[in-house]
Design a protein around this ligand. Sequence first.
Ligand SMILES: [Zn+2]
Length: 156
Amino acid sequence: MSKTMHPQRVMLLTEQQSGMRFCKACNKLLPLDKFMPDKRKYTCIEHLKAQKREMNLGTQEKRAFNSIRCRARVDMLAFGHTKMMLSRPQVVSMLTDLQLQNFAEFAIVPRKPDQMLTIDNAVLVLSYQRNYIMTKYKESKDPAQYEQDLAFIQKE
Ligand SMILES: [Zn+2]
C-alpha cells in the first residue's frame, strides 16, 4: 500500500491487492504479516497473544480462588461459622502475581476466629502456618489462643 492511498479506498480492495487487513482490536488496517497466516482471523497476532495471556490469567485466578476457598470452607466449619463472604476479586486482590502462580502455598484465614471470614477479617498466611494454627485451634477451641498464634506467625 502506498502512503498516499486512503484507508477507505484500501477497504474496497481485496486483501491480496492491498496486502492489508483490518484488526478489530487495533481498529485499523495492518499488513497481512501481522496476522496468523493460516487462519482467517480479524485480530492481529499481538492482540491474539494478549487475549490468550488474559485467558490464562483468568484460569489461574479461578484455580487459585477455588483452592483457597475450599480450604477456607473447611476452616469455616471448624470455627462453627455457617458461611463466609470472600469473592474471587477479593481473594485475587490479596495475592501478588507470584503468589497467584503458587497459590497452593497460601491460605486465607480469619483474623478473629469468632467472626465470619470477610475481606476485612481476612489474613493471608502460608499453607503450613494455617495448618499449624488450625491444628492448635481444633484442640484448644480458644479464640484468644488462636489470635495469639496468628499474631506470632505474622511476626516471623
Ligand atoms: Zn490488533
